[in-house]
Design a protein around this ligand. Structure first.
Ligand code: NAD
Length: 475
């Protein structure tokens, strides 16, 4: 059992001023694995005050001091590899290989990248008669979702520490224990007291409290669009800066010269990885009409290479949805697909055979989906793929760009000209050509309703800075 009914404020674990707790469930077993405190507004006030008090000194530390701190954080993070993997498997139901290679690794990459970048980051610049100085923004409130428990917290924390900002973190109530481990990492790495504060609790009390708080200067949020809207509304009251990393409905454009097996496997892995609970997942496969039948056959041939099952089993590719609520949402969308004129290729409603316990869904693929169908427009956040056919590349690009989102896009094929045209025409923040690996120094974020602002690398650090122009400075 993981019982963490305290918050981390001003460099120590402290009791909550309330006595409510929240149960945390392992979605693979449906069993309670621990509990956290449901924090109060008073807890939040204390954490914000600690961050405020720590800000003057931390914001004046040197780049080298902050780089060294980030290096120590990365070292301490690495020492806890097994613990991170165990915790994320338990709280999220994330399969062991994905947890090791993606979940654990992404969190580490952000700290290592920030350590490297901050050493050379230009915090000052002389331009014409202006001296430009980038100051840390102040106290940042960080609100994170459950689908990548260390990655999302770490990208925000690495950027904040690099910039010299102090923070209050509120993780998701579904996956709070990875943040407890991060706290252990920061303590061991010597993060000064008050620089990092952790308050657990509900979105309505702690999340809402952060976006309303007069002593928080910046809210960095990752989560759903609906909550993003509320955060912007709250932030508008005192002109608080907000950055929003929201949802997506990303296209996979399969070019007519693509290897059909490779393209089908790319599409399946996009919905199967992290059980489709990935904001950047490619969930609409746009396939040339002439390739359609071969593509469907390839999906059928390869789907069994992505088994759904127990996260602890090495052969499992896809685990359960994070919660019963998410499972029901995914099932509703599958039903909408079944009720539409789309054709079911594989999967469908209900749990996979033999997996009655745990919030498991079947890998589900629909074809003959129309671009305007609900399942092709709304984020499902589960292992559901919509296949849409196109006549020519211009039509594919139009369909690809035809949602309210713009977080990611994928292009699969060979012709350099078509790859380039497609990749450069997609209206999204991150385009991946032929499954190229991620670059942690490059910006991450969305166009349209996928969000505002950017994370990762130097763009992420910029979010935690305010540029100040000084003209007439004596030289
Ligand atoms: P969510 O919006 O329900 O919750 C996210 C966080 O916000 C949680 O910590 C929650 O407690 C908190 N929250 C809830 N209500 C709040 C309120 N009124 N005010 C302030 N905070 C509040 O999202 P989720 O279900 O945890 O995560 C799934 C969503 O996150 C999906 O839409 C997904 O696309 C998105 N997401 C986006 C990215 C990205 O980088 N763009 C990454 C991962 C997930």
């Amino acid at each position: 059992m993981y019982n963490y009914i305290q918050h981390y404020i001003n460099g120590q674990w402290v009791d909550s001023t309330g006595n409510e707790t929240i149960d945390v469930i392992n979605p693979a077993t449906e069993q309670k694995i621990g509990e956290i405190s449901s924090g109060t507004e008073e807890d939040l006030d204390k954490a914000v005050q600690a961050a405020r008090d720590a800000f003057p000194a931390f914001s004046q530390t040197t780049q080298e001091e902050r780089a060294a701190l980030l290096d120590r954080i990365a070292d301490e993070y690495e020492k806890r590899k097994d613990k991170f993997i165990e915790v994320i498997m338990e709280e999220l139901g994330s399969p062991i290989n994905f947890t090791t290679n993606v979940q654990y690794q992404m969190g580490l990459n952000h700290f290592r990248t920030a350590a490297k970048l901050v050493r050379d980051f230009a915090f000052t610049e002389q331009r014409e008669n202006s001296f430009i100085q980038k100051d840390a923004i102040g106290v940042a409130g960080l609100i994170t979702p459950w689908n990548f428990p260390t990655n999302q917290a770490s990208t925000k924390l690495a950027s904040a520490f690099a910039a010299g900002s102090t923070v209050v973190l509120k993780p998701s109530t579904e996956t709070p224990f990875a943040a407890v481990l991060l706290t252990e990492v920061f303590e061991a790495a010597g993060v000064p007291k008050g620089v990092f504060n952790l308050v657990n609790g509900t979105g309505s009390t702690i999340g809402n409290g952060i976006s309303n708080h007069p002593n928080i200067d910046f809210v960095s949020f990752t989560g759903s669009g609906g909550v993003g809207t509320k955060i912007m509304e709250n932030g508008a009251q005192d002109i608080k800066k907000v950055s929003l990393e929201l949802g997506g409905k990303s296209p996979i454009v399969v070019l007519d010269d693509a290897d059909v097996d490779y393209a089908a496997k790319t599409a399946i892995s996009n919905i199967a990885g992290n059980t489709g609970q990935v904001c950047t997942a490619g969930t609409r496969a746009l396939v040339p009409e002439s390739m359609h039948d071969d593509f469907i056959q390839a999906i059928k041939n390869h789907i069994s290479e992505y088994p759904v099952g127990d996260p602890k089993d090495e052969s499992t590719f896809t685990g359960p949805q994070v919660s019963e609520d998410q499972w029901k949402t995914v099932q509703d969308y599958i039903q909408k697909g079944l009720d539409s004129e789309a054709t079911l290729v594989t999967g469908g409603a209900g749990k996979p055979e033999g997996l009655e316990t745990g919030y498991y869904s079947k890998l589900t693929v629909f074809t003959n989906v129309k671009p305007e169908d609900t399942i092709a427009q709304e984020e499902i956040f589960g292992p559901v793929l919509s296949i849409i056919t196109y006549k020519d590349l211009d039509e594919a690009i139009d369909i690809a760009n035809g949602t309210i989102y713009g977080l990611a896009g994928y292009v699969v094929g060979n012709d350099p000209e078509a790859l380039t045209k497609t990749a450069r025409s997609l209206r999204s923040g991150r385009i991946v050509v032929n499954n190229e690996k991620a670059d942690f120094t490059a910006p991450f974020g969305g166009f349209g309703q996928s969000g505002i602002g950017r994370e990762w690398g130097d763009y992420g650090i910029e979010e935690f800075l305010e540029p100040k122009t000084i003209v007439g400075l004596p030289s």
